[in-house]
Each structure stands twice: as structure tokens, then as C-alpha cells.
Design a protein around this ligand. Sequence first.
Ligand code: 2AM
Length: 191
Amino acid sequence: MAETAPPQAETLRLFFALWPDDATRDALDRAGKWLHRRWGGRRMRADTLHITLAFLGATPVDRLDAVIACADAVAVEPYELLLDLAGYWRHNRIGWLGVSEMPPQHVELVEALNARLRAAGFPVDDRPHVPHVTLLRKTGGGEVPACRAVTWPVKDFALVKSVTESAGARYEVMRRWNLRGSRTGVDGGEG
Ligand code: 2AM
């Protein structure tokens, strides 16, 4: 007779991210196409493009309210992020678009979110935050070209669920929060 597996708490793979508006997503996708021509690898699908702010990983479903409460408490002014730097990390073979200057509001947002999550007992990463949009995976990289900057008007941030499927990870925006601290409510899709 088959043994019964011990009951395990249901978990969601979660992270907080800046999720682009349509125009920003298009511009990022074009940057991905441009970088891919130089460096090769696998382009990320346009609907996956984002900047991770805080990574939670597998989180018990019954902690979702606590995750949401952390984001509810964050109040930061909107800002613009100028993505003006292409880069490549050898250790994970990722090609990305990042920033050469960090707006103070971005630092505030990342720090406020991570501090509240940490205080609530979530095991968030304490490595320094390097804002980046992953554009290519499994790339060989190469000489870093000067790139055309993408301006991202940051007005909100999102709680995102990562669902692993045979075709790769699919990301689902669960909720968004407007900057200035007011929540916009439940959001079933991306965009
Ligand atoms: P990446 O784009 O550099 O791979 C969903 O997996 C998002 O969370 C991706 O943006 C991924 O970053 C990021 N991520 C994955 N694992 C992480 C970790 N341990 N710490 C921080 N971010 C992570």
C-alpha cells in the first residue's frame, strides 16, 4: 500500500515587482530584441518583463494577508527610473537592463518593503538590491554596448505570483499598490 505523504502547507511563489505599463513594456521588449542581436541567448517574453523589489519565494497561503499588510504600510512618492545601462552576469548568464543612477524614491520603496517583510518574519534576501530587468537568459554576453535608455514612469508596484509551467514560468499580478500609499485593489491580470 502506498504511504501517505505528510500534509504540507499550500504555498505560493511570490515576489514584489515594478510591473511595466504597456508603453514601458514595449520599450523594454525592443531593448531585449536589440540586446539579443548582439549577445544571443533566450529572450524573455514581453509579458514577463519586470523589476523585482523583494523576493519572498515559496510562501504559505495563510501568510498572504501578512504579505499584503506589509505593502499596505508602504508610502513612497512616484518617480521615474531611467534604464540606461545594459549588463551581463556571468554566474547566471543573464543579460539585463539596469540603471546608472538610483532615484531616492526607488531606494525608499525597496528598503521600506523589505524592512516590513523582514519584521513580519519573511526570509527576504539581504543582498544589496541591484535594479534590473532580465531581458535574456542563457546568453553568452559580450562587449557591453551603449544602449538607448528606457524611461519608466513608476506609479505603482505589484505583488506577483510565479507559476511554473512546462513552457517556463508564468507571472500573474495578484494586486497593485499606487505609490503614495493607496492600494488600487485586486488585479487579476497583468497590464
Ligand atoms: P532574475 O530576473 O534576476 O532571475 C522571479 O523569479 C523574479 O525574482 C525574477 O526577477 C528573479 O530575478 C527574482 N529572483 C529569483 N530568485 C531570487 C532570489 N533568491 N532573490 C532575489 N530575487 C530573486
